[in-house]
Design a protein around this ligand. Structure first.
Ligand SMILES: O=c1ccn([C@@H]2O[C@H](COP(=O)(O)O)[C@@H](O)[C@H]2O)c(=O)[nH]1
Length: 311
């Protein structure tokens, strides 16, 4: 799957991921009203609104982008109907040729991680039958339970040709509370980065490993250090846009080949129509506003990378 991700990035020239994080308050009134007219103000109604919202954004952007990252929390909060909308979104994006990164941030003791891995990246056996429950291409994993919490995910990735993005240095303001703690003079996130590189060495695609890392755009200096520690690791970079990250902050997350990083924006793309800059599209044309925001994001990152090459 890492080969498909790299191929999609090369084809689109867009090292970006659209984060499908559909909070109800981002969903335009007309979409919500239509869903509620059919299903009432119920969990089913909310799930239908989410699905229709996602579909429009995907339809308006899929030709420009390599991948999407649905954040499962935004679906899970609406219970079983929400999870059905998550699955419909995963399937639809795959039909459109997109790589799907399930932002599920799982990780537990080995037996529990094995169940998460089977449900999201692999298959489950029910009697004589085998099922593929969620079938994302990549999943995000929390490594802080150690190797026995991560290995079951890696095993399933090897069998199913899927991939992981393992949390190394997260984008949130308090990520340093634990992740920056020094151990023998080295920050914990660096030690986790080394471990991710070691896990990944045994899991190579053509150019990059299918065991990737998550490093926040909000910590550019740490991104630069981690790029060196994990040269063959694809880095998923959240924190662009709504959290303040900009193209110029991201240059050192990339390798010399222009690859190695993929930048996520969720609210900045899906709720673009709410921004002054895209107000001309109005609520009705929210998908067109998202398309314009994708084009601007790609230009921002491309401009920063081209600028850094000239320096
Ligand atoms: O360190 C991390 C890890 C994951 N995320 C997730 O990415 C998106 C960011 O959303 P924006 O609207 O672009 O801020 C969201 O799903 C987070 O759960 C992250 O932000 N930082």
């Amino acid at each position: 799957m890492i080969n498909k991700l790299v191929e999609n990035i090369k084809k689109t020239g867009a090292p970006i991921v659209v984060g499908l994080d559909p909070m109800l308050n981002y969903i335009p009134k007309h979409v919500q009203e239509k869903a509620f007219a059919e299903y009432g103000e119920t969990l089913e109604g909310a799930a239908e609104a989410i699905w229709q919202f996602n579909k429009e954004i995907v339809d308006k952007t899929y030709d420009l982008i390599p991948a999407v990252k649905p954040q499962i929390a935004m679906y899970e909060q609406f219970g079983i109907p929400g999870l059905t909308a998550f699955k419909k979104t995963v399937d639809y994006c795959k039909e459109k040729g997109l790589v799907v990164i399930g932002d599920i941030k799982r990780g537990d003791i080995g037996s529990t991680s094995a169940a998460y891995a089977a449900g999201h990246l692999g298959r489950v056996q029910v009697g004589s039958k085998s099922y593929v429950p969620f079938d994302e291409d990549f999943a995000t994993v929390n490594p802080y339970l150690g190797s026995d919490g991560v290995n079951p995910f890696i095993d399933v990735c090897k069998e199913e040709k899927k991939g992981l993005f393992i949390l190394v240095k997260t984008s949130n303001p308090s990520s340093g509370e634990f992740q920056d703690q020094l151990i023998d003079g080295r920050p914990l996130y660096e030690l986790v980065g080394e471990k991710v590189a070691a896990w990944g060495a045994d899991c190579m695609g053509d150019e990059y490993s299918y065991i990737g890392a998550v490093v926040g755009a909000t910590y550019p200096e740490m991104g630069k250090a981690l790029r060196k520690i994990m040269p063959k690791t694809y880095i998923l970079v959240p924190g662009y846009g709504a959290q303040g990250g900009k193209g110029k902050d991201l240059v050192h997350f990339f390798n010399e080949d222009g690859l190695g990083a993929i930048v996520n924006s969720s609210r900045g793309i899906i709720a673009a129509y709410k921004q002054e800059k895209y107000a001309k599209y109005g609520e009705e044309a929210f998908g067109d506003a998202s398309r314009a925001a994708v084009e601007d994001m790609v230009a921002d990152i491309e401009g920063a990378l081209n600028g850094s090459r000239k320096e």
